[in-house]
Write a protein that binds this ligand. Structure first.
Ligand code: SF4
Ligand code: MG
Length: 348
């Protein structure tokens, strides 16, 4: 089967004193085996929360409150059968998710020190990551650690094994974090803006490394970014998020070539032409992202949308509409507003 992870109508909410924040409120997409899915959107759109929901590591008081996270968990041992499990129903502290987290699904972050301990050598941390999931000898784990450090391009891995994170450059720390994530050979690697804090050259090297590692290890990658340039370089598939909703998804070539959601179009317009110099940030679209405590009724994009239809867009949350070529879009221009009579005098 081609699909490794199927996210269906995911909802992750935060019950805060100030009110309920629906950080993710209807995200659906698939991650294909051995392929790269990029999740793109402005900060606060729910992309990191979506990633953390998959591993059940959402910060409190956030909680997965709805939807499905269907993951094809690899079989273990001789004759072990692959099985489909729903990560959304797992207890965040339970044994089920702990047997998957860091093993079948690993995650890397923008800041390597969020996974690396400052007081242990990187080698011992990688060895510990192996021992958390596998019953192998200390020497075997050590050999694997040195091997994976070499694979991620850490020079002199045998010596670096005994380095502390503070003794490494930012780029090498990032590589050490990636090594730790890969040492158990996950089928899915989730990367949450791992290059955002790096200088342009190091960023390019890490992206190149991700591509090489995918070829070597064959894992699927879910790559979270706000940078459409990164999407263009890495993605097979893309999902565009806006205010907790997955508004458009499909294979990257067709989405970039022929965007169907007004938000995707605006994002793509915000990229300067090739050779035009610096990459644009996504916040060049007019208007502000609405306050998450005060989500607008209807389509969350309606206060910024050039195609806004009063009477519909401010009243109906656009349902997912399937398009040709396995694409999906949530915009009333494509349907879903049939039950609304525009201008029928209803006060919103
Ligand atoms: Fe724009 Fe309406 Fe489509 Fe939302 S539903 S993106 S407001 S046209
Ligand atoms: Mg984030």
């Amino acid at each position: 089967h081609d699909t490794l992870l199927s996210v269906r109508n995911l909802k992750t909410h935060f019950a805060l004193d100030q009110g309920l924040v629906k950080a993710v409120d209807g995200a659906s997409f698939d991650v294909r085996r051995g392929k790269t899915l990029c999740v793109v959107g402005e900060s606060g759109c729910g992309k990191s929360v979506t990633a953390r929901s998959i591993l059940q590591i959402v910060d409190r008081p956030g909680r997965v409150v709805g939807g499905q996270l269907l993951f094809r968990k690899p079989g273990r041992g001789p004759g072990g059968q692959e099985e489909v499990v729903d990560l959304a129903t797992m207890n965040p502290k339970g044994a089920d998710i702990r047997s998957i987290r860091g093993r079948d699904i690993a995650m890397i972050f923008q800041e390597p020190m969020s996974s690396l301990s400052p007081v242990h050598t990187i080698g011992n941390q990688i060895v510990e990551a192996v021992h958390l999931h596998e019953n192998v000898s200390k020497q075997a784990a050590k050999d694997r650690a040195v091997d994976v450090l070499q694979k991620v391009g850490v020079p002199k891995p045998k010596q670096r094994f005994d380095s502390y994170p503070f003794q490494l450059s930012g780029g090498l720390r990032q590589r050490a974090m990636i090594a730790m994530a890969l040492v158990c050979n996950p089928t899915l690697l989730i990367a949450d803006e791992p290059t955002t804090a790096l200088d342009v050259t190091t960023q390019a090297q890490i992206l190149e490394l991700m591509r090489e590692l995918q070829d070597d290890y064959g894992m699927a990658i879910m790559f979270i970014t706000h940078d459409l340039g990164v999407v263009a370089e890495l993605a097979d598939d893309v999902v565009v998020m806006y205010l907790g909703l997955a508004v458009e998804r499909g294979d990257v070539v067709s989405v970039f070539h022929d965007p169907q959601h007004p938000y995707t179009r605006a994002l793509l317009r915000a990229i300067p032409k090739v050779g035009g110099g610096t990459r644009a940030r996504l916040d060049t679209i007019r208007g502000m992202v609405p306050d998450p405590y005060n989500r607008p009724d209807g389509c969350p994009f309606h206060n910024r949308c050039d195609d806004y239809m009063p009477g519909s867009c401010d009243r109906v949350v656009p349902p997912p509409i399937d398009l040709a070529d396995d694409r999906q879009v949530r915009c009333l221009l494509h349907g879903g507003a049939d039950d609304v009579v525009p201008g029928n005098g209803e006060v919103r």
